[in-house]
Design a binder for this molecule. Structure first.
Ligand code: FCB
Length: 462
């Protein structure tokens, strides 16, 4: 089955799939790569389900050629990947590790040769561990400056060969889960630190843009945020209040500063208020114009106020009777349309890419050697139908990236949840194209038949 109606998707619509460096590359200490905070975090027993690490992951660092050939076979227009900062600058600042940078040069060249547009993310959570030790990671303002330096190094090397540069992936996760809630590295549990980290991530984003613009004048530049509609679990005033503050925290605390609305007054804690009062100049940097906003969407959340001592946002509860994925997340496609409408209400002219959407299911290899994953196909189809509705309403959604191209290291959940449209046997590293990937390939081909696209223009030589 195909998405019912491909007509709304414009001819230029970008069909892609995504991954991130730590989740797929492996080769953690090869060719001079330095450790990241995730390498350290994974070493502490109990932090990651099943004791998994990114040491080997999908071995993509060595198998990238085959992986790109597979993407080409699926007919992808674009591939969203991230760059490992500590592979390029092992210490976080200073000396550049040429072999690390060369890997991304080779990857980008391979993609270009295959006619696939590279969408590169500079930061998908894997901060060089050296910067955590030196400046407390994103607590330190100097980390934001180091990020701009790193953006300059990488964009000088890759420039316009990359079609779209994304500064951060989901800075909410890096800051609030890393510093506020402590479930991600560096594992701090302090809401003021969460706020401080989120401000410095935004500052880093703004500081990096001038370098990206001057080194890659023809590339698009943006940032990716995560969105989840938050619904109160009941009509109780405490539940409504909990949902309101969680909504501000998750869905609005980044888009506001980026688009000139500033921080919401619900930003938490005395330290953060002091920090933000002195941050007027920063706000100008953060509002540096961008070409697109990346939106990641998986599910909505139902919230009850549990007056939790650390998490002020309440307690997430299950939606009774809801269909759920292997992550326990409700399948709620309408939430993607809600999200696109909400973003559009903040800035109606900003181009949106759905940079992540997808689902984990307990996939198995069948006797016929294939992976039959009808639930994932149904999930993707239902969500793409919402993208079509959004486009029909005039919301400028320019592309869609399935999360994920490959089954991979799912952070604290380890290797159990399989998000790929391509199955990975982690013992042998064999890849099996799942039914959902074949469905996606047919959808892309059908859209292309409807709206033939012009070839990607080659990048201009400097
Ligand atoms: C997002 C992350 C991505 C992956 C998916 C399931 O929050 O950006 O790396 O883990 O969730």
């Amino acid at each position: 089955m195909l998405v019912d109606n491909l007509q709304p998707f414009p001819p230029s619509f970008v069909w892609g799939a995504g991954t991130s460096a730590y989740q797929i590359e492996g080769s953690a200490d090869i060719d001079g790569r330095g450790p990241s905070i995730w390498d350290r975090f994974c070493r502490t027993p109990g932090n990651v389900a099943g004791g998994g690490t990114g040491d080997v992951a999908c071995d993509h660092y060595r198998r990238y050629r085959d992986d790109v050939a597979m993407m080409a076979g699926l007919g992808l227009d674009a591939y969203r990947f991230s760059i490992s900062w500590s592979r390029v600058i092992p210490d976080g600042t200073g000396a550049v590790n040429r072999p690390g940078l060369d890997f991304y040069r080779r990857l980008v060249a391979e993609l270009r040769d295959a006619g696939i547009r590279p969408f590169a993310t500079l930061y998908h959570w894997d901060l060089p561990d050296a910067l955590q030790s030196r400046w407390g990671g994103w607590i330190g303002r100097d980390t934001a400056k180091a990020f701009a330096e790193y953006a300059d190094v990488v964009s000088r090397a890759l420039g316009d060969e990359v079609a779209a540069w994304t500064t951060h992936n989901e800075p909410w996760v890096s800051s609030w889960l890393g510093y506020g809630w402590g479930s991600h590295p560096p594992g701090y549990r302090d809401l003021d630190l969460g706020m401080q980290a989120s401000h410095h991530l935004l500052l880093a984003h703004g500081l990096a843009i001038p370098a990206l613009r001057s080194n890659a004048p023809r590339a698009e530049v943006g940032i990716t945020l995560n969105f989840s509609p938050i619904v109160p679990a009941s009509t109780d005033a405490r539940d409504i209040e909990a949902a309101r503050s969680a909504d501000v925290n998750i869905n609005r605390s980044f888009i506001g500063p980026l688009f000139g609305i500033g921080y919401d007054e619900l930003a938490i804690g005395p330290v953060s208020h002091a920090l933000l009062r002195s941050a007027e100049d920063d706000m100008r940097v953060i509002q540096e114009p961008i070409d697109f906003l990346g939106a990641n969407y998986y599910t909505r959340f139902l919230l009850r106020d549990a007056s939790h001592p650390v998490n002020p946002f309440g307690e997430y509860v299950e939606v009774p009777g809801a269909e759920r994925t292997a992550m326990g997340w409700e399948v709620y496609p309408d939430g993607l349309l809600d999200t696109l409408r909400a973003v559009n209400a903040v800035r109606s002219d900003i181009k949106i890419y759905v940079t992540e959407n997808g689902a984990a299911y307990p996939d198995v290899v069948s006797d016929d050697g294939k992976v039959h994953d009808p639930d994932r196909t149904a999930y993707l189809e239902a969500h793409l139908a919402q993208v079509a509705r959004a486009i029909g309403e005039g919301i400028p959604v320019a592309g869609y990236f399935v999360w994920s191209l490959l089954d991979n290291f799912e952070w604290t959940e380890g290797y159990r949840p399989r998000f790929g449209i391509v199955y990975v046997d982690f013992e042998t590293q064999r890849r099996i194209v799942k039914d959902s990937a074949e469905w996606y390939a047919r959808t892309i081909a059908a859209h292309r038949a409807l709206a033939p696209r012009r070839p990607i223009p080659p990048p201009e030589m400097p």
